[in-house]
Ligand binder design. Structure first.
Ligand SMILES: O=C(O)COP(=O)(O)O
Ligand SMILES: [Mg+2]
Length: 218
């Protein structure tokens, strides 16, 4: 059986509309124009502090405002679940993989508060044997520590990291874990630039892919 660690934003769920809504509430409170959904997608991947930094830069808001705007952002982000949708089939396939005996983990740069609020909202908070969020450790992805920390509490077995971005690819590479690339998320680079072992675009393809990778690893 495998240890399957998933990224969250852009991999299991499309959360960009919620991040866009939070950003636009913060921006409108400061008298600035809103950001588009594409901009929100572009800013996701390296955690909330980086999202807020990129959002500020887009509107020319000075660095000195980072702590204050990050705090306003976090307060609204804590329960931002309403506009987030799982990718088609993601939840069913997670549950099928779990029933087949695989161990599931989550390694995200989303902070633990909004991460858990979202998992509870989707009723999948009990699916995971280990969860490492963006603020669980002093470092976050692409540092390999969060991925290795997640795997540590998942027993034994071949490990795979399933994610949507170059940050995830880099994390997997530095941890020495094969990377499975979900192509429908928020990646900003060409696919050929990513160090992936396998790739999929639709969740129903994932169980077969996992079986094939396990056969190859055996
Ligand atoms: O919150 C982010 O910036 C990214 O989150 P992710 O690691 O789940 O993609
Ligand atoms: Mg992601």
């Amino acid at each position: 059986m495998a240890r399957l660690v998933f990224d969250l934003d852009g991999t299991l769920v499309d959360s960009a509309p919620d991040l866009q809504a939070v950003a636009n509430q913060v921006l409108s409170g400061e008298g600035f124009a809103p950001i588009s959904l594409d901009e929100a997608r572009d800013f996701i991947g390296e955690g909330t502090a980086v999202f807020v930094r990129k959002m500020r830069a887009r509107r020319g808001i000075p660095d000195s405002e980072q702590p204050r705007l990050l705090a306003s952002f976090m307060a609204l982000y804590e329960n931002a679940v309403e506009h987030t949708q799982p990718y088609p089939g993601a939840i069913e396939i997670l549950s099928r993989l779990k029933e087949s005996g695989h161990s599931l983990g989550l390694c995200t740069n989303k902070p633990l508060g909004p991460c858990m609020a979202l998992l509870r909202h989707l009723e999948i908070d009990t699916y995971f044997d280990a969860i490492t969020a963006g603020d669980s450790l002093p470092v976050h992805k692409p540092d390999p520590a969060p991925l290795l920390h997640t795997l540590d509490s998942m027993g034994d077995g071949p490990a795979f990291f399933i994610g949507d971005s170059e940050i995830d690819g880099e994390t997997a590479k530095r941890a020495g874990i094969p990377f499975v690339f979900f192509t429908e998320g928020y990646s900003k680079v060409r696919m050929s630039a990513l160090p992936y072992t396998a790739t999929f675009s639709r969740y129903p393809f994932l169980p077969g892919l996992v079986e094939a990778m396990l056969r190859r690893a055996a």
